[in-house]
Design a protein around this ligand. Structure first.
Ligand SMILES: *[C@@H]1O[C@H](CO)[C@@H](O)[C@H](O)[C@H]1NC(C)=O
Length: 330
């Protein structure tokens, strides 16, 4: 094969009397490839634009049977407008089974909020089946509240979410299907990384890295619970099995409940989480805080938890789950 190509090339070179002819053939070949790919790309964009391809697929509850969707666990704090907005949105997603609002404000939910949300839920019921809506009212204001065990939960999957970010239903359902492939893993949209602090010289000091670090290294070891699927069993592990000193630390530092959950799942599975590509819409005004800053406190949490576990349970990976329908070239 190799000699065949070589002899053909030599023949061509001899016929045209110059070696540079081989180069120009290569360039022409490359050019036609470029044109071909451009045409393919254009055709695939046009087809999806015109609507030949259907991106939505069948509703999840029809594929997985009744009561086999997921529950949304939403953390909120004095931002009723954001809560209304995100619950109105998520109730339109086909796989949603129930909504659990983690409420830690001193005052109970107002009548107007309850009335509004009841109306939203009712108008989004499907096939005579209504989405469940529950308020988990807490006296104590602790970040551990968001991982309290939920009794009588009919689904195994929990989609844990903050009230100030919204994901389109297509992204949520895609993450849910990724979770179904790995129900023990945390499957989420916001990756974070840890690495050994080289400067300190000792190998047991770690640094927490945010969005930029993940982008730079292409590697991650956590997905944050502000936007992640996980199995409901981890809620009871968090509240009942995880060392109380970790929960105490989370309450006191008012931070890092998401890192604590990442440690818990990593310790239980010995495996990395799964980062899923999805569109993120920030509806709060705190867009910048998710990009950088406050990493010293997070670094402190990581090292504190490593000390509690006696080892570093987090596992790094560079795997990213992407919806195959949205890539035209592979
Ligand atoms: C980590 O996992 C092991 C094995 O499953 C378990 O025995 C241990 O209690 C866990 N550690 C913590 C701190 O939860």
């Amino acid at each position: 094969m190799r000699t065949g190509l070589f002899s053909r090339r030599t023949a061509l070179g001899l016929r045209q009397g110059a070696i540079s002819a081989v180069g120009s053939v290569k360039i022409k070949l490359l050019l036609s490839c470029c044109i071909l790919f451009t045409l393919i790309a254009f055709a695939s964009r046009t087809s999806s634009f015109v609507g030949w391809k259907h991106h939505t697929g069948a509703p999840v509850h029809r594929i997985y049977g009744p009561r086999k969707g997921y529950a949304i666990l939403i953390n909120t704090w004095k931002r009723n407008d954001l809560l209304k907005q995100s619950i109105s949105h998520y109730t339109s997603c086909p796989g949603l089974d129930s909504v659990h609002i983690v409420w830690s404000e001193p005052d109970p939910p107002s009548d107007s909020l309850v009335t509004y949300l009841n109306h939203v839920i009712k108008s989004n019921s499907r096939d005579g089946r209504q989405i469940e809506l529950k308020y988990d009212i807490n006296k104590e204001d602790s970040l551990n509240n968001r991982f309290k065990e939920i009794k009588d939960l009919k689904t195994d999957a929990i989609f844990s979410i903050d009230d100030d970010i919204i994901f389109p239903c297509s992204s949520v359902e895609f993450a849910f299907s990724a979770w179904l492939s790995a129900p023990d893993a945390m499957v989420g949209f916001v990756p974070r990384i840890h690495w050994v602090d080289q400067l300190k010289g000792n190998t047991d000091h770690y640094i927490y890295g945010g969005w930029w670090s993940v982008w730079w290294m292409g590697t991650y070891s956590m997905v944050l619970s502000k936007a992640a699927f996980f199995h409901k069993k981890y809620l009871s592990l968090y509240t009942n099995e995880m060392p109380a000193s970790i929960r105490k630390y989370v309450t006191k530092s008012r931070n890092c409940e998401d890192i604590a959950m990442s440690f818990l799942v990593a310790n239980a599975t010995g495996a990395p989480p799964i980062w899923v590509k999805g569109k993120i819409f920030e509806i709060g005004s705190t867009g910048i805080s998710t990009l950088g800053g406050h990493n010293e406190k997070r670094t402190e949490c990581v090292n504190r938890f490593v000390a509690e576990y006696g080892r570093m349970p987090l596992v790094s990976t560079s795997v990213k789950a992407v919806d195959g329908r949205n890539i035209w070239f592979w």
